[in-house]
Design a protein around this ligand. Structure first.
Ligand code: FES
Ligand SMILES: [Fe+2]
Length: 363
C-alpha cells in the first residue's frame, strides 16, 4: 500500500521535545524525542525486555526509561542502564529509525536504513522560508491515505464540500490541464477568470470584487501535496498584484485505514499578521475537516465492499488522481522488485515564476 524507502513526515518540529512523542507510522509504533544534545531520536515503541511499549515510560537525562522495569535506552537504541545490575548486556537493543529535522518538520525513514540519505528529503521550504509565513496544523483521518491524495488531486470537490470557504460553481465548471512530471509528480491546473470570490478569498482580498483565480494541485508520491491557490482582483496585474497561498498537505499513512494529515498553509502576504494567522488556522482546519467527514464515510464503504478499484466509472476530473495512483503503484512495485530502489524527490513549484494562464481551449 505504501513505499518504505522514502522520507515521511512524522510530526511538526515544534511537537518534538525532550519528552516522549508516540506515533504509529506505516503500521509501526515509534517514539520520537530530543536527546540531551538536542538531536532527534526515533526508536521502535517496544521494550526488548518484556515487550511493553516504551511510551509507557519517560525520558531521564535524554535517555528513554521503560515504564515497567526502568531499563534505559539511548538515542541509538542501545541499553544504557539496567536497574539492580552493573552491566548492560549488549544484546538488549531497540530498533532505531533514521530521522532528520528540516523545513520545520521531523522526517523519518521506515525502509532500509542504509538508504536514508538526507538529500532525498523533499523540498518543502515554504514551511519556514523568508518571504513566506506558514500557519500549521494536524488532523487525524480514519481513512486510507490514498483517498486523501485522490481528493487533493481532484479539486472539483471544492464546489460541493467547501462552499462555505474556498469553493463555488466556478471550480467544478472550469477545465483542468493535467501534466505528469518524471516518476513522482502530477500537476492539475485550473484557471478561473473573472469569477465571484468564494468566502475565504473575499476575506483575504477584503472585499467581494470579482477575481481571476488559478489553482494548481501538485502531487508527489507517496503523500506530498501542494495546492498553489492564487488570485488577483480583476483589473489588476497578475504578476504583481496576486495573493498566493501554498497549502502543503503532507499525508503520512498511520495504518492501512488511518492517516496523519500534517499541514502548513504558506502565504506570501501579511506575513506578520497574527490575527490573519488565527483566521487561516480556523478556516483551514474547518475546510480539511469537511474533507475528513466525507473521506471517512468513503473508507468505511470501500472496506465493506472489499476495497474495489477506484474510480469505478472514470469521468474527466479523474485524470489527475488516476495518474497519481499510477505513479504510486509503480513506486511500490519497483521497491518490491528491488529492495534498494528509491526515487529522488522532484521540485514542487518555483518561487520566481507565477504560472501563466494556459490555453483553456486546448482541453
Ligand atoms: S518491560 Fe521494559 S523494562 Fe521490563
Ligand atoms: Fe477538500
Amino acid at each position: 500500500m505504501y513505499p518504505k524507502n522514502c522520507w515521511y513526515v512524522a510530526a511538526h518540529a515544534h511537537e518534538i521535545t525532550d519528552q516522549i512523542f508516540a506515533r504509529t507510522i506505516l503500521n509501526q509504533a515509534v517514539i520520537i524525542w530530543r536527546a540531551a544534545d538536542g538531536s532527534i531520536a526515533a526508536l521502535e515503541d517496544r521494550c526488548p525486555h518484556r515487550l511493553v511499549p516504551l511510551s509507557t515510560g519517560k525520558t531521564v537525562d535524554g535517555l528513554v526509561e521503560c515504564g515497567y522495569h526502568g531499563l534505559r535506552f539511548d538515542s541509538g537504541g542501545a541499553c544504557a542502564m539496567v536497574p539492580g545490575q552493573d552491566t548492560t548486556p549488549k544484546n538488549i537493543k531497540v530498533q532505531k529509525f533514521p530521522v532528520a529535522e528540516r523545513h520545520a518538520l521531523i522526517w523519518i525513514w521506515m525502509g532500509a536504513a542504509d538508504l536514508a540519505d538526507e538529500d532525498l528529503i523533499p523540498d518543502l521550504h515554504w514551511m519556514d522560508a523568508p518571504g513566506w509565513a506558514a500557519t500549521t496544523g494536524y488532523l487525524h483521518f480514519k481513512c486510507d491515505y490514498r483517498l486523501i491524495n485522490d481528493n487533493l488531486l481532484d479539486l472539483s470537490h471544492e464546489t460541493y464540500i467547501h462552499k462555505h470557504t474556498i469553493g463555488n460553481d466556478a471550480v467544478a465548471d472550469s477545465p483542468v490541464m493535467t501534466e505528469v512530471i518524471g516518476d513522482r509528480v502530477v500537476r492539475a491546473h485550473r484557471e478561473m477568470p473573472n469569477i465571484d470570490p468564494p468566502p475565504f478569498f473575499a476575506m483575504a482580498q477584503g472585499n467581494d470584487k470579482p477575481i481571476n483565480r488559478w489553482q494548481i494541485a501538485i502531487y508527489m508520491a507517496p503523500g506530498f501535496n501542494m495546492t498553489e491557490a492564487a488570485f488577483h482582483t480583476v483589473g489588476t496585474d497578475r504578476t504583481r498584484d496576486h495573493f498566493m497561498m501554498r497549502p502543503i498537505h503532507i499525508i503520512t499513512p498511520e495504518t492501512d485505514h488511518s492517516s496523519h494529515y500534517i499541514w502548513g498553509l504558506a502565504r506570501n502576504f501579511q506575513l506578520d499578521d497574527d490575527e490573519l494567522n488565527d483566521r487561516i488556522y480556523e478556516a483551514t482546519q474547518q475546510t480539511f475537516m469537511e474533507d475528513r467527514e466525507l473521506l471517512e464515510i468513503q473508507d468505511q464503504r470501500l472496506r465493506a465492499e472489499g476495497m474495489p478499484k477506484l474510480p469505478q466509472l472514470p469521468v474527466k476530473v479523474d485524470k489527475a488522481p488516476v495518474q497519481g495512483r499510477k505513479l504510486l503503484e509503480a513506486m511500490i512495485q519497483a521497491e518490491q522488485d528491488d529492495p534498494n530502489f528509491c526515487l529522488p524527490p522532484v521540485m514542487l513549484a518555483d518561487d520566481d515564476v507565477v504560472t501563466q494562464p494556459f490555453a483553456v481551449a486546448a482541453e
